[in-house]
Design a protein around this ligand. Structure first.
Ligand code: ADP
Ligand code: ZN
Length: 742
């Protein structure tokens, strides 16, 4: 925190030993303000750092946190507004406060904007109302009641505590109507239920018998948990090698010691199957946290975490900001996933910030991946992280056999996207009664629609992007802003009818082709358009496990987390897709995603096969996937990054200028260029129009700071932005360690 003055210039109040002025505290509010504001503490209130309070701001009253560090002292004591109330919630821990400051500093965000993520559930800041239940009325005699009512009375005589009506009905073996009738008759009286205060029992699950390599890795992680103290470990090994089983042992160790464990997953991997693994291992469901957890469930979960009743939390990146009082371990599964990067608002990378939170909490972190990011591998090389490696798949399952289909030699027929060798492989697989998966990371029917008569292309009115045809919904959609319009009967440009033509495939189009080509095939189309929430995913998983599906056609959504024993063939419709665009990590990311989706093949006793359709079979990514020589691919990528000074050997920060007015965006970008710092060890590239130069009606320009690792990027950026005056109608966003360059 900024150091305040030692004496209040107006009030002249004395400071205590800890640097805090009596009767005055800094309070951080969940708003994008420069820092905490001072408030007066009413006589007799205990407002130590971390206390959750409400405080007035303007005409409003807001929840906030009594912050650590010194009060600012700038406002005279007489003018200071008092705190409104102390909130009945557990105080924020010192490590979490330090973490919030740290994230704010790293991302150049106001600390209040980060606090907002930690206080994302205002309803949880007060204890939930106690739910109504019933108890036995005074003087009620079971013997005088008819049998079903007597059973209820007997249960209550044995356990004379408040019961929820549904629980009581179940315990007594009667319908809820009986309970209701007894209440109406005055035999049962209302009584409030106690609050949930129990930490669930996690001892009912079944630990697996680990292989020697798994057991060694698990022992090492358990030891790190027992030892405590910070330190990160990379746990890597091919898909199916038992990494999950191994890190669950570390989780078991943490919870056995009465501490809490946080497991971060990329949101799309929060499938029912993953949750089921936790249930199996611990006998009960973990607490789950992601954007779809809403309402009372969200409130209860936040509260359970804050009160230490949630031993295991499995969550998406935002779970990093939950108020664990006694965190003992953080696991980041699929650590290489770009979904861990938040792009909007506070632009943070959850994997990196997980390492920070673990460090500040002084606990171990485990990063898990079959295809670790170069960032993590570089940290292993530097000796910052330990590495545990699982060499082979568990049980009899071997690695799938990966081959390429050279589209130059065997192209698909016109208007088709499945080349003859892939079609043959699918036919053979289905004939054996096994399942196949076709992967194409593109939603909808076709990514572009054009008019054959005049060449008109359907573009989003708000974005520099084509509209994607969704044939089931009969509409054209922008995948960036959500704009949608019906597919018109004629070309809006030239009026020609029947002239609109789809260009290129999405999963819907692949499904249509397969329906035509493979008679009677039962297809499951899996994308965010067809799968809604965990229940939707579970529904598909069950269908596939029960073999009610022959062919799965899916986007990124099917690439990970799933385990389908009868799936033996994976076909990648367009293996080159991710290589287009040429962003820094295109090759790395393509390799990761294709390796991951290929890993879905042959996870049980049947051998798996992966076929990659590509126009460039000699590309390093294809060669690495076919040969399985991952180390060589990684070494080459590393060398290229090192030579170019790119991450993980150099640092990047993007500045994105946006405005509804293109000229204003240009003006702001030029202003930044004009004040750009100069010096050794860094360069500023741009401004240039962003690849998505118009997004949601905002004109966007980008500048990129490229620096060597020794440069204090935050200081440089902070100073630069402070020196620059940009038009008010322009908005400046900073993205430190950017993942997306759109
Ligand atoms: P990874 O996380 O490396 O992809 P998993 O932990 O998901 O691997 O293991 C792959 C499959 O093998 C899972 O179904 C898992 O339950 C099973 N498996 C792994 N190790 C064992 C073991 N020691 N005993 C029984 N089953 C195991
Ligand atoms: Zn759009």
């Amino acid at each position: 925190m900024e150091g305040g003055t030692t004496i209040d210039p107006q009030g002249g109040e004395a400071k205590r030993q800890d640097g805090r002025v009596p009767g005055r505290v800094p309070v951080l509010l969940p708003l994008p303000l420069a820092g905490p504001y001072d408030y007066a503490v009413p006589e007799g209130w205990d407002a130590t750092p971390g206390t959750l309070v409400t405080a007035p701001l303007g005409g409003r009253t807001l929840a906030g946190v009594v912050w650590h560090g010194e009060a600012d002292g700038g406002v005279a004591a007489a003018k200071l507004r008092p705190l409104s109330a102390l909130l009945p919630a557990p105080p924020m821990t010192a490590p979490l406060m330090r973490f919030i400051d740290w994230v704010a500093h790293w991302t150049l965000s106001p600390p209040g904007a980060v606090l907002r993520m930690a206080l994302s559930v205002p309803g949880a800041l007060t204890p939930p109302p106690r739910r109504p239940g019933v108890m036995l009325g005074e003087g009620v005699d079971a013997a005088s009641l008819p049998p079903s009512r007597a059973r209820v009375a007997a249960v209550l005589a044995e356990a004379p505590v408040p019961w929820a009506a549904s629980d009581l009905a179940r315990a007594a073996g009667v319908g809820v109507g009986v309970i209701k009738a007894m209440r109406d008759a005055g035999l049962l009286i209302p009584a409030l239920l106690p609050r949930d205060a129990e930490r669930p029992d996690l001892s009912a699950g079944t630990p697996p018998l680990l292989s020697p390599a798994q057991a060694a890795a698990a022992a090492s992680l358990r030891a790190a948990v027992v030892r405590g103290g910070s330190g990160a470990t990379l746990l890597d090994g091919v898909t199916g090698s038992g990494k999950t089983e191994v890190y669950l042992e570390a989780v078991a160790e943490a919870v056995a010691r009465g501490r809490q464990a946080l497991v971060l997953l990329p949101e799309i991997a929060l499938s029912a199957q993953v949750i089921a693994r936790f249930r199996q291992r611990f006998g009960t469901d973990p607490f789950v946290w992601h954007s779809e957890v809403t309402g009372a469930r969200r409130r209860d979960t936040w509260r359970a975490v804050a009160e230490g009743r949630a031993p295991i939390v499995v969550g998406a990146r935002s779970a990093l900001f939950l108020p664990f009082p006694d965190l003992g371990l953080i696991v980041v599964d699929e650590e290489h996933e770009t979904a861990f990067k938040q792009e909007d608002g506070v632009a943070y990378h959850a994997r990196d910030m997980a390492l920070v939170r673990a460090h500040l909490t002084d606990i171990p972190a485990v990063l898990v991946s079959a295809t670790p990011s170069l960032e993590t591998l570089a940290n292993v090389e530097r000796g910052r992280h330990q590495r545990l490696h699982l060499p082979e798949r568990h049980g009899s399952a071997g690695m799938p056999d990966v081959g390429v289909i050279d589209l130059r030699a065997t192209p698909p027929a016109r208007g088709h996207f499945i080349a003859p060798p892939l079609a043959t492989a699918i036919t053979e697989t289905l004939a054996r009664g096994e399942q196949a998966l076709l992967f194409l990371n593109r939603r909808g029917f076709a990514p572009l629609t054009l008019c054959r008569a005049c060449g008109h292309r359907f573009q989003c009115p708000n974005c520099t992007a084509w509209l994607v045809e969704h044939r089931y919904l009969r509409r054209l959609e922008c995948h960036h802003c959500g704009h949608a319009e019906p597919v018109p009967p004629a070309c809006p440009e030239c009026g020609a009818e029947g002239s609109l033509t789809p260009v290129g495939p999405g999963v819907e189009r692949i499904a249509a082709e397969c329906r035509d080509r493979f008679e009677g095939v039962r297809i499951a189309e899996m994308s965010s358009d067809t799968i809604h929430g965990a229940a939707g995913a579970a529904h598909y998983a069950t269908m596939i496990e029960k073999r009610e599906v022959d062919l799965i056609i899916g986007t990124q959504l099917v690439a990970k987390g799933w385990h389908f024993p009868h799936l033996t063939l994976v076909g990648v419709v367009d293996a080159d897709l991710g290589l287009a665009g040429g962003d820094l990590r295109a090759a790395e990311r393509s390799f990761q995603v294709l390796h991951q989706v290929g890993g879905r093949a042959g996870r049980a006793e049947h051998a798996g096969r992966v076929l990659l359709q590509t126009w460039s079979p000699d590309h390093a990514v294809m060669r690495a996937l076919v040969s399985g020589d991952v180390d060589r691919f990684v070494a080459e990528e590393m060398e290229e990054r090192r030579a170019g000074g790119w991450p993980p050997f150099g640092r990047l920060a993007a500045i994105i200028v946006s405005s509804p007015d293109g000229a204003v965006a240009d003006e702001a970008a030029s202003a930044l260029r004009a004040t750009a710092p100069e010096g050794e060890g860094f360069r500023i590239l741009g401004p240039a129009p962003a690849p998505l130069s118009i997004l949601r009606g905002q004109h966007r320009r980008r500048l990129l700071l490229k620096a060597s690792r020794g440069i204090d990027v935050q200081a440089l950026l902070g100073d630069w932005l402070a020196r620059t005056t940009v038009p008010r109608a322009a908005r400046i966003d900073v993205d430190v360690d950017p993942v997306s360059f759109l």
